[in-house]
Design a protein around this ligand. Structure first.
Ligand code: PEP
Ligand code: MN
Length: 357
């Protein structure tokens, strides 16, 4: 299949759905039938070989599952995709007639492995999706695309699945949206799919992450779906049934990435208003820093330290208490006040110790 064209040809989002892992022939058939019946999926996914963080957990059924998956896809007329991590995986997947391959996050991180895959794929016309590396390293992600492009592969797609972080309070893998946005800037010809399942690690976050990806104009979504998520052999906390997946998709709000000319004027007017307010903000900040310098002069004459901790704590707590009146979060108020304070100290230091600035 031509994956890039398929992504372009449909209305956003292109949906990739399927279980984290193929488990049994029955489970594969069941989930594929349900996905075809309830969702608008464009491509199926299933993990055949699972790269598990710790040994002795379920590591995938292996190549025995390939014919189950390919046959199930054919029976509903949907193309199939699997994760490959080495030469043997690629050869087995190609032999079984899988339509699309993907390189997982734990493989993208390893240039030897990516090169091995690129070498086997030389001269093969198959689409390849490349997940971001587990660590937030844009260069490694770009490098994987370069290795595949150098092997002559042109039908390439990126998958953003978040970045590993020690004990993050919210995400299994932190999205760090600035990295996929930077990838889009560097490789504008490569479509980008978001994988909310591995970012979230839990069902209740999926819709929020999927919506964010749509608002950032991602081309599609890869979401893990299982007929009985609680009893899935891998990633049971994040999988959802095909029916729940169809509800999630139905709940997404799809906003247009371009501005219709009729809306253009309205938006321009609002942006102008914001520009005027931003001008005022900076005039005020500049005036405030001039007074900070007067304070600095006074403190120098009176031999008083720049920082008066107690006074500053009072200033901050007054602002934090009133944050709700301004409909601003305490977090935002704290950040702004800290930034103003630091800049103020810089101005006071300038007049107190001119040589140190
Ligand atoms: C997966 O898609 O099931 C998987 C293992 O993902 P990742 O490579 O993003 O961890
Ligand atoms: Mn998974």
């Amino acid at each position: 299949m031509n994956l890039k064209k398929a992504i372009k040809d449909i209305d956003r989002p292109f949906l990739i759905a399927g279980p984290c892992s193929a488990e049994t022939e029955e489970q594969v058939n069941d989930v594929v039938q349900q996905i075809a019946k309830h969702t608008s999926a464009n491509l199926l996914r299933a993990g055949i070989w699972k790269p598990r963080t710790r040994p002795n957990s379920f590591e995938g059924v292996g190549q025995e599952a390939l014919p189950w998956f390919v046959a199930a896809g054919k029976s509903v007329g949907l193309p199939t995709s699997v994760e490959i991590a080495n030469r043997q995986h690629v050869e087995a997947a190609l032999k079984a007639g899988v339509d699309v391959l993907w390189i997982g996050a734990r493989t993208t991180v390893n240039p030897f492995a990516v090169q091995e895959i690129a070498d086997v794929l030389k001269g093969v016309a198959i689409p390849v999706m490349v997940k971001n590396p587990v660590n937030p390293d844009l260069e490694l992600w770009l490098g994987a695309f370069e290795r595949l492009e150098q092997a002559g592969l042109t039908d390439l797609v990126a998958i953003h699945r978040g970045f590993s972080f020690y004990k993050h309070p919210k995400y299994r893998n932190v999205p760090s949206w600035e990295i996929p946005i930077a990838l889009k800037e560097r490789l504008p010809h490569i479509p980008i799919i978001c994988d909310p399942s591995h970012i979230s690690g839990r069902r209740d976050l999926l819709a929020e992450v999927a919506q964010k990806a749509m608002d950032l104009n991602f081309d599609g979504l890869m979401i893990e779906s299982h007929p009985d998520p609680d009893n899935a052999w891998s990633d049971s906390f994040q999988q959802i049934t095909p029916l729940v997946l169809s509800e999630l998709m139905g709940g997404l709000i799809l906003r247009s990435p371009s501005i219709a000319s009729s809306h253009g004027e309205q938006l321009l007017e609002m942006r102008e208003k914001i520009g005027v307010l931003d001008d005022r903000l900076f005039d005020i900040l500049s005036a405030r820093m001039k007074i900070s310098e007067e304070v600095g002069n006074f403190k120098r004459e009176q031999k008083i330290t720049i920082l008066q901790q107690e006074h500053w704590e009072k200033v901050i707590s007054k602002r934090l208490i009133s944050s709700e009146d301004y409909e601003l979060t305490q977090q935002f108020v704290r950040k702004i006040m800290d930034a103003i304070h630091q800049e103020s100290i810089r101005h006071q230091t300038k007049v107190m110790n001119p040589k140190n600035t």
